[in-house]
Write a protein of this length. Structure first.
Length: 306
């Protein structure tokens, strides 16, 4: 059951790339993301209260001065963490959304998953040991990106370059979550980061896209907005949080990597976007690299990425 929940989450996230692409037919990037993440943040609010009720019933803490102080610190960390994650999330989703305008949905999905390889490499700057298999995965990923993205005249497409930059920002986003979430309410922090992203993208929409925003455009884009806002943010995230409490972390990471495969299949079925032979080979190599770096080696333990 919990394994199926993670597969469903990965499928929703992968197919959300299609919804994001369709949304660009009606709204500009800032406008689309602002509305989408406002909805995502609001959808998670009742989930936050449900999780808090469950936590209170199961833990039954003793109410004293120390407990009150710890609860206050946790709330402060949750708010600060959510806002910091929201800043990174804003940059990442904007790069992702703009990149989709210039590249295929399938390639965008695979290039986004590069954060799984970049996260452990960036941890070198925090004096954390990087397993040899990570470097092997990085070399494979570079080879895959070269085959997938480099054209005959040895240039890289604008959309592919933007998505690769987005992958780096997603890695910073993951590291920020990793820093705050152990001492925060994970679901509440996610809701705050979604609302923060909604506000920041809203400011961008007012500055850059004021003339392109209309009630009619929003209503015409209702399907993609609700899919990415409710399902991708609210439902999929909740399924992930619940399932990862029961599924071994390595297995969970492998299952969530299916997001890239789901994006390629959805792009083919819904949008009719087909990949060239080189793009298929490149995507396959990137996917192998992503899977490889998540396999545990002797004497190591893969941490939870929730």
């Amino acid at each position: 059951m919990y394994v199926l929940a993670l597969i469903l989450s990965a499928t929703i996230w992968g197919t959300a790339f299609v919804a994001q692409s369709l949304g660009m037919d009606y709204l500009s990037p800032f406008s689309f993301n602002s509305i989408r993440f406002f909805i995502g943040g609001i959808v998670l609010i009742p989930v936050v209260f449900v999780f808090e009720l469950i936590e209170k019933k199961t833990k039954k803490p003793v109410i004293d001065d120390e407990y009150i102080a710890n609860r206050s610190r946790r709330r402060k960390t949750t708010v600060i963490g959510g806002m910091c994650c929201g800043v990174w999330l804003t940059i990442a989703v904007m790069l992702q959304q703009i990149g989709i305008l210039y590249t295929s949905v399938g390639k965008a999905g695979f290039l986004t998953t590069l954060y799984i390889i970049l996260v452990p490499i960036l941890q070198v700057f925090f004096k954390k040991r990087v397993r040899p298999i990570i470097w092997i995965g990085a070399i494979l990923a570079l080879a895959g990106m070269y085959i997938m993205c480099i054209t005959e005249d040895f240039t890289i497409g604008l959309g592919d370059a933007i998505e690769i930059c987005g992958g780096l920002i997603w890695a910073f986003h993951v590291l920020t979550i990793d820093h705050f979430v152990p001492k925060a309410n994970a679901v509440a922090m996610s809701s705050i980061q979604f609302l923060t992203t909604g506000v920041l993208c809203g400011i961008g929409a007012i500055i850059f896209e004021r003339d392109a925003i209309s009630i009619k455009a929003v209503l015409d884009c209702a399907g993609p907005i609700l899919y990415t806002g409710v399902l991708s943010s609210g439902v999929a995230y909740t399924l992930q949080v619940v399932a990862q409490k029961k599924v071994e972390p390595t297995v969970a990471c492998l299952l969530m990597s299916l997001e890239s495969v789901a994006s390629a299949i959805a792009a083919w079925l819904v949008l009719g976007q087909k990949m060239t032979a080189n793009e298929i080979v490149g995507c396959a190599i990137v996917f192998i690299a992503v899977i490889l770096v998540q396999l545990p080696t002797k004497g190591t333990q893969v941490g939870n990425n929730a």
